[in-house]
Design a protein. Structure first.
Length: 293
């Protein structure tokens, strides 16, 4: 201390450092904190924890009862790169949730209650590399362009969900995709799914647990491995006509027949009218010639 009672510069720096340190080690209730990491695993939390340090890079909320992720509170964690929310109660209200955590690289939402993934769900995560949404049994729909902005996505897991169909472009247009989990889903192996199965056979993507990527429907293809059914689907879809196809072809044939008949009738009528008009003209000319004579 100086005679005036003011702290010396060194003491002032020390006090400021102590204040910053105390702020840095603040930690949400029932969570443990290390440098840039907050871990709230298995604490039976009902809500997103409050008072998370703003410089947190890694947040772990595994095995709780959180049903909602507040977009505003998340946006305060602008440096967050790792978020693990496995085994919670998160539902389908995730659109625009991650709008403020654009640096996020790793996101695990497996073992939750997701029902759909839309373009607005992950479109703001431009740096996302790993996305795990497996083990969501009520997840039945992923929009065609759901990952259009996630061009850095390398690891995607949608195993053990309620998915029956996935549009080929949803994953084909991801230039860095190397790992795609698809096992134990309810894949409907019909002609609409043939393009996706062909892409699986030709792509360089690794499919873990490939023995469990099987058809669920139709009954005749159940439990057959994908893409082993590609040849059979090619045969069925490209050479076999179903009942509705025959009905469609019959309707087209009838339309062509009636259109042809109508056209022929109109042509005949026009020909008769033309013939009558021509004959009448010739008769008038002959009458004129006789009068002149």
């Amino acid at each position: 201390m100086s005679p005036s009672g003011r702290p010396q510069p060194l003491s002032l720096v020390f006090l400021l450092g102590m204040g910053m340190a105390s702020e840095r080690i603040s930690c949400p209730s029932r969570c443990s904190c290390q440098y840039l990491e907050v871990n709230c695993t298995g604490q039976q939390l009902q809500e997103f924890p409050a008072d998370i340090p703003l410089d947190t890079r890694q947040l772990i909320l595994v095995a709780n009862n959180v049903s909602y992720l507040p977009a505003v509170e998340l946006s305060f964690l602008a440096d967050l790169v790792y978020l693990d929310c496995r085994k919670n109660l998160l539902g389908d209200d995730l659109d625009f949730t991650f709008i403020g955590v654009a640096k996020l690289v790793y996101l695990d939402l497996s073992f939750n209650d997701l029902t759909q993934v839309t373009f607005s769900t992950f479109s703001h995560l431009l740096s996302l590399v790993v996305l795990k949404i497996s083990d969501n049994p009520n997840l039945v729909a992923i929009e065609k362009d759901a990952f259009a902005n996630n061009t850095w996505l390398r690891h995607l897991d949608v195993s053990r969900t309620g998915l029956t169909f996935l549009d080929t472009s949803t994953v084909r247009d991801l230039p860095n995709l190397k790992f795609l989990g698809l096992s134990d889903n309810l894949w409907h192996c019909n002609c609409s799914f043939l393009d996706f199965i062909t892409w699986m056979a030709e792509s360089n993507v690794h499919f873990p647990d490939a023995d469990n990527i099987t058809c669920y429907t139709p009954e005749g293809l159940r439990a057959l491995k994908i893409p082993a059914v590609e040849a059979q689907l090619h045969s069925n879809c490209l050479t076999q006509l179903y009942k509705q196809d025959y009905i469609f072809l019959c309707l087209i044939g009838l339309c062509i027949f009636f259109a042809g008949t109508t056209a022929a009738w109109l042509a005949g009528v026009c020909a008769v009218i033309y013939e009558l008009h021509t004959s009448k003209g010739q008769e008038e000319e002959e009458e004129e010639e006789e009068e002149e004579e």
